[in-house]
Design a protein around this ligand. Structure first.
Ligand code: GLN
Length: 451
């Protein structure tokens, strides 16, 4: 049924870069056969899922939204992919994304944009717009995203779906194409809080293949999503996440959500995190710096595309020609920014300062969590904007992640879930919940309460 839905709508939505029809049907049949034989089934047996095209999938193309990886077929599965398979999930295919996850609208995909199912002329968010659009267009009940600065939560917000960035280190990054390794985190996307929790519990947990993976038990997110009791819970409203640039209808729905939290028995207080206003600046030094290092591996020798290798050119020239042809504008912009920020003489002024700001942001969170259990804010300052509107204005585009980026810098856990439609445009608004590291279960408890 989901493959049929895909065939009916995805020509318009363009959520998928690759539909693995044969693979999906074969898995579904294998799960059926297992069931008939009375064998033990995985926890999500037979449930369809859309996988962001940033995870390696053995034998199935993986592009990370880039031309430079066009035609590359990975010889191995990411840990996330392997765990999904072990849970008997049916992977339908790979979803569209901004090239190497750099963007907030999916317009930076080398394979063309994805439409927002609520209004196809608008962006579905990014970088994981394909995953969220596949949920919002009912092509799948579950999807996987990655969140470096908001790429799970921001698309969830603008498509009226649920997205969770787990605690940094909560889900293995092994086999996930690296953008900014100290910020990247994989997580679940779904249409309900409980669905997200069920998926979270399948993909999370320690992995010795990822040195930053946390070796501790995963919080019981499923029990929390089934509980939803928030009586006496202390909720902090972040003062810095409102004001100029925030759409009136977004703030209206957010304020109503805060009221609802109060009605449900939560104790709501205002908290101030003054350094959050510097998060965007720090992020756009740290993320490009790490990306300039990570993307060095795309040298035309190891993977995918190779341009100009006619026997007369040096390896350096082939690498340069391939990068020129294979990387898009935003990727080049960030590699240049990052290379500059890391160069000797500038390193302390840029990268060093940004790391200091990162520490201050982490301290602001720690201080806030001394007096509250969770923080809340709008996920994004505005609803989905029209495709093309911010395409030539990187600064305007970067503002889409104003509220999501601090959590990546601090490494804590955060969720976006729908909290109604903005009255002025009828488009979905997202509520963001933030919890301390390794308290991911709190997100689900609060999410289940207000859903
Ligand atoms: N939009 C942010 C960026 O462009 C975040 C992307 C992400 O989380 N992968 O870097």
């Amino acid at each position: 049924a989901h493959l049929a839905r895909n065939q009916a709508v995805d020509e318009k939505v363009h959520a998928f870069l690759h539909v693995d029809r044969e693979g999906a049907l074969a898995t579904a049949r294998a799960v059926d056969a297992k069931r008939e034989r009375g064998e033990k089934l995985g926890p999500l047996a037979g449930v369809p899922l859309a996988l962001k095209d940033i995870f390696t999938t053995e034998g199935v193309p993986t592009t990370a939204g880039s031309k430079i990886l066009e035609g590359w077929i990975p010889p191995y599965d990411a840990t996330v992919t392997r765990r999904l398979k072990e849970a008997d999930v049916v992977i339908l295919g790979k979803t569209n994304m901004d090239e190497f996850a750099m963007g907030s609208s999916t317009e930076n995909s080398a394979y063309g944009p994805t439409g927002n199912p609520w209004d196809l002329t608008r962006i579905p968010g990014g970088s994981g717009g394909g995953s969220s659009a596949s949920l919002a267009s009912f092509q799948t009940p579950l999807a996987i995203g990655t969140d470096t600065g908001g790429s799970i939560r921001q698309p969830a917000a603008v498509t009226g779906t649920v997205g969770v960035k787990p605690t940094y280190g909560g889900v293995s990054r092994y086999g996930m194409v690296a953008f900014s390794s100290s910020l990247d985190q994989a997580g679940p996307c779904a249409r309900t809080v409980l669905d997200a929790a069920l998926l979270h519990s399948v993909i999370a947990g320690h992995d010795e293949m990822d040195s930053t993976s946390i070796d501790q038990p995963v919080p019981d997110v499923v029990a929390a999503a089934r509980n939803g009791d928030i009586k006496g819970l202390r909720v902090g409203v972040v003062k810095e996440f409102r004001g100029e640039g925030y759409q009136a209808g977004v703030m209206q729905r957010f304020d109503e959500s805060v009221e609802l939290l109060r009605e449900l028995g939560a104790e709501v207080v205002e908290v101030s995190c003054p350094t959050f206003t510097k998060a965007l600046a720090a992020y756009y030094l740290i993320a490009p710096s790490e990306c300039s290092s990570n993307l060095a591996r795309f040298d035309a020798m190891r993977y995918g595309m190779r341009v100009g290798d006619d026997g007369t050119r040096s390896a350096e020239d082939v690498t340069a020609l391939t990068r020129e042809a294979g990387f898009g504008d935003e990727v080049k912009r960030r590699v240049m920014l990052g290379t500059y920020a890391l160069s000797s003489g500038y390193y302390d002024a840029y990268y060093g300062s940004a790391q200091k700001v990162r520490t201050l942001i982490t301290r602001d969170f720690a201080k806030a969590f001394e007096s509250v259990d969770v923080l809340v804010s709008p996920t994004t300052p505005t609803t989905a904007f029209p495709i093309g509107e911010r395409a030539d204005d990187p600064m305007a585009m970067y503002l889409a992640d104003l509220c999501t980026i601090p959590s990546n810098l601090a490494g804590n856990a955060a969720m976006s879930l729908p909290c109604g439609l903005a009255p002025e445009d009828g488009l979905p608004v997202g509520l963001q919940i933030i919890a301390p590291a390794m308290a991911d279960d709190r997100l689900y408890r609060v999410g289940a309460a207000v859903e």
